[in-house]
Design a protein around this ligand. Sequence first.
Ligand code: HEM
Length: 128
Amino acid sequence: MTVRSRPTSPHLQIYRWTITMAMSIAHRATGIANYVGSALLVLWLAAAAIGPEPLNVVNAVYGSWFGQLVLFGYSWSLFHHMLGGLRHFVWDFIEMMEPGQREAIAWANLVASIVLTLLVWTVFVWVH
Ligand code: HEM
């Protein structure tokens, strides 16, 4: 008697990667990252409320290359997640759901998040 192999349910190694799938995962990941980033914002505000010394320490950490990298990532995460939220808002009106449209709006989400992040950092950090 031949033993048939057990059926397998699809998982990440079987699915072909699509931009909509990647952006869906990114939306969840950025949602979680926004929690962490917002805690950093609260830490900065709390340090400022306590006094100049703690504020100087937090500013030094946030101003280091690593701190700047984390803050840059947090900015991108906020933009990506916010635009992703607006994408969901568009879908709530049953718009941009057709094949082609879904991919276009997913790419727009990614590209716009990068452009907006670079724009904000250029205006408020790099050329300040
Ligand atoms: C610091 C601010 C934010 C935090 C910490 C946050 C966090 C999260 C988290 C953890 C999720 C769950 C993701 C999942 O389980 O898949 C989520 C989902 C969502 N967020 Fe945010 N978010 C923030 C800002 C925003 C903004 C500004 C918008 C809209 C412009 C937004 C729109 C949404 C939407 C529509 C969902 C549901 C997506 C779905 O149904 O799959 N969020 N958010």
